[in-house]
Ligand binder design. Structure first.
Ligand code: NAD
Length: 254
């Protein structure tokens, strides 16, 4: 049974990792999907791999307002509506104590993770308000609920996404639009490879073992395990759920 029949979804950060896994699952459930990513080459390769008549893609930096307007307009040109918005693009930035952080790193993490999420909401919600329906899933993290030493820019940005998500939910609830956030613990993607290297330069496997020991289920999650939650929040099965923050964290929050 298909759970997203006739729905149009935008997925940012759709070229890789959790965004790509979600695109695959959405397509399987009958959605038409617009992939958005800053990495045009990877995006084209992913679209090829998904090999579906229901996929389109547009290269965009989500921190750039003109590019955000463009991906929303291109989605409307191609598909005529937007039912689901997976506001997922994000970067980890550089690790290190606050006293050692460069403001360039702080600004770029905030630009992609916060400004990018805000801009996506700004233009996608305009369309959903016209339609009088929609479901938005904002990608936060366990880092949007808890702290981590040496990841202050990322943690700060993801806490901002958690708050933004609640504000948006309250603003549009009376228009039949739902907004929720998802909060994964370490998931097996390129981002974790990069974080392991940042935590233990030259010995990423040590960082991985240490991180996995902190997870009650004893392992990283897989992108598909996040995608399953996003599918539920995107579909009408979650019709009475808005303004909520969902952990998908192998037990880390317990
Ligand atoms: P990933 O690096 O595999 O994928 C992220 C994608 O976003 C990439 O394709 C990248 O090109 C794209 N992207 C980066 N900057 C962009 C920009 N400015 N504009 C458009 N696209 C951009 O990582 P992932 O693990 O799949 O991460 C997806 C989201 O999940 C991120 O927001 C991340 O913070 C969040 N998250 C990841 C984990 C994890 O452990 N992997 C845990 C919690 C939350």
């Amino acid at each position: 049974d298909q759970r997203l029949t006739n729905k149009v979804a935008i997925i940012t950060g759709g070229a890789a990792g959790i965004g790509k896994a979600t695109a695959e699952l959405f397509l399987k459930h009958g959605a038409r999907v617009m992939l958005v990513d800053i990495n045009a080459e990877q995006l084209a390769a992913t679209a090829d791999e998904l090999n579906s008549p229901d996929v389109r893609w547009v290269a965009a930096d989500v921190a750039d307002e003109a590019a955000v307007k463009d991906y929303v307009n291109q989605t409307l040109d191609q598909f005529g509506r937007i039912d689901v918005f997976f506001n997922n693009a994000g970067i980890e930035g550089k690790m290190g104590p606050i006293t050692e952080q460069s403001m360039e790193n702080f600004d770029r993490v905030m630009a992609v993770n916060v400004r990018g999420a805000f801009l996506g909401l700004k233009y996608v919600l305009k369309q959903m308000l016209k339609q009088g329906s929609g479901s938005v899933i904002n990608m936060s993290s366990v880092a949007g609920l808890d702290g981590t030493a040496t990841a202050a820019p990322y943690v700060t940005s993801k806490h901002a996404v958690t708050g933004l998500s609640k504000c948006a939910a309250l603003e549009v609830a009376s228009h039949n639009i739902r907004v929720n956030s998802v909060h994964p613990s370490p998931i097996n993607t390129r981002m974790m490879r990069s974080i392991e290297e940042l935590f233990s330069p030259g010995h990423p496997e040590e960082a991985k073992q240490k991180l996995e020991r902190g997870v009650p289920l004893g392992r990283y999650g897989e992108s598909e395990e996040v995608a399953n939650l996003v599918l539920f929040l995107a579909s009408d099965e979650s019709s009475y759920i808005t303004g909520s923050a969902y952990r998908v964290d192998g037990g880390m929050g317990a």
